[in-house]
Design a protein. Structure first.
Length: 243
């Protein structure tokens, strides 16, 4: 397994972590406690009714309100609010450990990758329901046909340079956002790679992959992304990613 362990306290790498949030009051204290020292947590509240935004503020996170419903809308609002050279994305349901992200960013800073994804490795019963895993597998195969990338997972934990990501001009604001990020990065010539991360049962009920309907709605959104014509290389994206 590739090393993505938490950084040494002396590590100088810093990033903003974008945490799309919809009713995650129960998980937020645990997730925010795992944010690396010196990093900024940007919790994007996507219409929560359980006080998630207030909890996040009380725990020191920067809170961005995004009233337009959609995973992509929340992620992109967080990206626009970010200021660090590197940005990371992570679910805030407790299924993934943000303390692993310094290892991701160190690999990008070292020139090993431009967009690094966390390949989820389930730990614990029910961490990854069969229907969600099947949908992910189908999309991975379609992605390979579209881009040639041999990825096993389109997981939500990832890291990239902020300017390189902004230059991709992502337009999806629903469940297709993570896939569009990968497709357009590949079209632009960025190196897209993955590394194993533990994936544990989430806190609370999933709004997307917790049901067959949610899973296949996400698959529908992502199929639409795969039908988009290949994007021409975006001027400056590659140079920004490897500078």
């Amino acid at each position: 397994m590739t090393d993505t362990s938490p950084a040494d306290p002396a590590d100088s790498v810093r990033a903003d972590i974008i945490l799309p949030c919809l009713d995650e009051a129960e998980a937020l204290p645990l997730v925010l406690a795992r944010i690396p020292s010196g990093w900024r947590a940007i919790v994007v509240d996507n219409g929560s009714t359980d006080g998630s935004a207030d909890i996040a503020r009380s725990l020191g996170a920067t809170v961005v309100d995004e009233p337009r419903r959609g995973f992509g809308a929340a992620c992109h609002a967080g990206l626009l609010a970010a200021e660090a050279e590197y940005v990371c994305f992570c679910d805030c349901d407790g299924s993934l450990d943000p303390a692993l992200l310094p290892g991701f960013v160190r690999r990008i800073a070292a020139g090993e990758s431009d967009l690094l994804l966390g390949r989820r490795r389930p730990e614990g019963r029910g961490a990854w329901p069969p229907h969600a895993r099947a949908g992910n597998l189908a999309l991975s195969r379609m992605l390979r046909s579209r881009t040639g990338l041999r990825l096993h997972d389109l997981g939500p934990m990832r890291a990239v340079r902020r300017e390189a990501l902004l230059a991709l001009d992502l337009t999806d604001r629903r469940s297709g956002y993570p896939l569009q990020m990968v497709v357009r990065a590949s079209d632009a010539g960025l190196r897209v790679t993955e590394t194993d991360v533990p994936y544990v049962p989430r806190t609370g009920r999933s709004k997307v992959t917790g049901t067959w309907r949610g899973t296949w709605n996400a698959v529908r959104d992502m199929r639409a992304v795969l039908r988009e014509p290949a994007q021409p290389s975006v001027r400056g994206v590659r140079a920004e990613a490897v500078r």
